[in-house]
Design a protein around this ligand. Sequence first.
Ligand SMILES: Cc1cc2nc3c(=O)[nH]c(=O)nc-3n(C[C@H](O)[C@H](O)[C@H](O)COP(=O)(O)O)c2cc1C
Length: 451
Amino acid sequence: MSRHEPFTFQANSELLKKGRELGIEIPFMDSAAPLFENTALGSKNLPNRLAVQPMEGFDANNDGSPGELTFRRYKRYAEGGCSLIWFEATSVVSEGCSNPHQMMLHPNNMDSFKQLIEQTRRSAQRAFGSSNEVFLVLQLTHSGRYSRPEGKPLPQVASANLYLDKKPEDVRILTDDELDHLQDTYVGAARLAKDAGFDGVDIKACHGYLVNELLAAVTREKSRYGETFDNRSRFISEVVQKIRDDVSGLHLAVRVSAFDGIPGGFGVSKDNPEHADLTEPMELVRRLIQFGCSLFNITAGNPYQKPHLGRPFDRPLEGVSLPEQHPLEGISSLINMAAEFQKGFPNTPFVGTGYSWLRHFFPNVGAAVLQREEASFIGLGRSSLAYPDATKDLMNTGSMDSSKACITCSRCTELMRHGYESGCVMKDKEIYGKLYKRLAIKGNKNEERHN
Ligand SMILES: Cc1cc2nc3c(=O)[nH]c(=O)nc-3n(C[C@H](O)[C@H](O)[C@H](O)COP(=O)(O)O)c2cc1C
């Protein structure tokens, strides 16, 4: 029987009791103080340990430059107070875009990214004083199997996967030459990101996209990029080293799915793909630190297959059944996974994820995780869309307004899956509630807007 339940907790004691019933220990403390300890990241002195997680908005202009809603979103984040803002998945090539309105950075639109960065830093300073610093990371990606540059699927995969590919012989596997060339494209994008004013870039290696899939490419034969761990980790290792050597002064980050949770995925136990085996992910991180990475963001799951592993929710996407797992079990396993890395590599900062389901209890849980030194930053994804001012409210009043919290209804993802601009349908109604209504009224939930 499914243990899944929606969030119903009024008091701390109820949340902790549920944890005990499920046989898991939820870190918890009454004070949120550890969230507001200063910390240094590179040359920046940051006022808190809260991060906005990367969240695609599907609202870039046709040339990949940030659109009006993109500017609005990052302004809200900056005014909200998180000190680390991890900018959303931004494609390095047009054919690797997840949708026709994904951001893409290239020499012709670099100035618009510069403006986005300037606006973000300026907004944070206006809100919190001229000495306020924020650390800005751009997530670079190729959507691989989930590329839809013109709205229709254009899968380009790292290797055939018997679980994902109904007809493995039909999938288009990127060649070694293409991957060699793509490495240089990542380096070029990193250089542009540096010039635009970002503090760091993330070589996205999560959620089933290309670089994540390469890490699991055991069935990719006769290739520099397949079968052995050395080969499977070659792409990201070489990209990181090239950026380190060619783009000075740029911080290198990686957001990695430490556990894909699907057969043939990265970080899964050979005996049971439902269980994690972090041996390879830990070795990957050890090598990447050696190659110059100084920041990691630990996540899990493939959102197209097992969304509950990476983003525990109350209500699933339409057509997706409820998981067996209770959301608290999902959160606990994300917390424990990040803890394993942070404990294993105590001198490198790790961002933890999956906190939005906890609503107004996230500060208590996040603070306890920080106090135990089981993460260096607490990352907020859907919560940042619903309630970007949560950090500011915590800072000013010591508490959050529970009526503004994300209710993990999955409608932000639903908008995105239908090719609409993505945001919080429930708490940012003026824009996204209207878009969602349009989606529903048109009765076109099975259609792609950008087809
Ligand atoms: C609408 C939407 C867009 C997302 N876009 C990205 C993205 O661009 N890059 C990424 O690494 N994760 C992305 N994610 C995952 C989030 O960063 C985060 O890992 C997830 O929502 C779990 O954190 P939360 O519980 O705080 O929401 C996205 C999630 C959602 C719901």
